[in-house]
Each structure stands twice: as C-alpha cells, then as structure tokens.
Design a protein. Structure first.
Length: 226
C-alpha cells in the first residue's frame, strides 16, 4: 500500500523534474510563498517535507476523512521520520567518501521542483484546487482548503482503498517503524561492523516481525456471537 502511494508521489515528482529545466527558462509567475494560504505554497511544503524526510511536516499537510486514513497518515509520517533517522545513523556510522550522500542529491532537486510548481496550471473551484505541471502528462494534483489552509487529501495519494485494508496496511507500517527506530539506535551504538550488515539485519528483523504479527493475528480464536 505504501508502495502505491510512494509510486504516485514518485510519478508526480518525475513530471515536475522533467518540466523543471524548461520552467527555469520561462519564469513568468511570481513564486508562491511557502505556506498553506495558497495551493502552490502547500504543494511546495509537501514535496519539501517528502524529500527531506520530515514526516511530521507531511502529516500536517495531509487531510484525512476517517479513522483508518488518520491511522495511515500517522504511520506514513512515522515511517518517513524513522527512515530519516536510520539513514542518518548509517551515513554517520559508515561514511563513504566515494559515494554522494543521497540526502544532498535529493535536496538539490528542490529548486527545480519549486519552480515547476510556480509555473503549474492551477484551477480553483471553491475550496478545491488542482495543479498540473505545465506541458506535462502527469495527472493533476488535488488539494482542499480547510479552515483557510490548503491540504492534500490522503485519498488523492491512495485512491480507492477500503478502510479495513487501509488499517491492516497501517499496522504493517507501524511494525516496520518499530524495527527501524531500534535499528537506528543499534547503528549509532556500534552494533554492526558494516553498513551492509546493518541493512541486511534490518530487513531480517522486518520479516520476522511481520511473520510474528501474522501468526499472532491468525492464531487468535474467532469472536463468538453473544
């Protein structure tokens, strides 16, 4: 499920980056401020948070419609933060001068993304707005205004997902978060000799935790009717 959402974000990012070079040469719209008072500003904040691994900032920009979506949004934010912490621990503990820090490469993409957002085709209808990269083939990005602030509905990223399935996927992400946070502490404490060893151990722990959760869930007796 998270892969589906990440895939959609990736496709939108790719379209923005593809248009960035052209946009930089034809800047005609005043840059939007980095705040939620305008759709473009909110979208800038969202992609900046995504690239920088700021889960809590992403969470504040997401709009949920029910308890299942709320749990998923919290899980998404938690995993984004946990991934940032684990990546930071790995980069600090096992620096490799021959390889660029992936965080720096991602950060370097932001100016082009921001410029493309400023030049995106925008339509506002009441409290709903759509933004589409000018000249691009990507689908439009929908935002909604709530209490004067523009936010991204989680349904826009997930699309046609049943609440029960959403809750199950959120639980799986929560399991991964626990493993990643523990691993970040272990890496910083010097538990692993190499980066590869740490990464493989994290994968194994995630697998074991998922299996244990499945066994626990399926071994519970079925609820009896009164």
């Amino acid at each position: 499920m998270l892969r589906v959402m990440n895939r959609r974000i990736f496709l939108i990012l790719s379209a923005l980056l593809a248009a960035a070079a052209q946009t930089a040469q034809c800047q005609t719209t005043a840059p939007a401020d980095f705040n939620q008072t305008a759709p473009r500003g909110a979208l800038k904040l969202f992609f900046a948070a995504d690239i920088r691994g700021d889960g809590q900032a992403m969470r504040r920009l997401l709009l949920t419609a029910n308890a299942a979506e709320e749990r998923m949004a919290a899980a998404m934010a938690g995993k984004k933060d946990a991934d940032r912490e684990l990546t930071g621990a790995l980069e600090t503990r096992f620096p490799d001068p021959s390889k660029p820090d992936p965080r720096a490469g991602a950060e370097a993409q932001l100016p082009g993304i921001f410029a493309t957002i400023d030049q995106s085709e925008q339509q506002i209808n009441g409290d709903t707005a759509t933004l589409k990269a000018a000249g691009g083939d990507s689908p439009p990005f929908t935002l909604q205004r709530v209490d004067g602030k523009w936010r991204i509905p989680l349904a826009v990223l997930l699309q046609n997902v049943e609440p029960d399935f959403l809750a199950d996927q959120a639980r799986q992400i929560e399991i991964q978060i626990k493993v990643m946070k523990s691993a970040a502490v272990d890496v910083a404490a010097g538990k692993y000799s190499t980066r590869e060893q740490a990464v493989e151990d994290v994968k194994q722990q995630m697998f074991n935790a998922a299996v244990a959760d499945h066994v626990a869930a399926t071994s519970q007796p079925a609820a009896t009717q009164p």
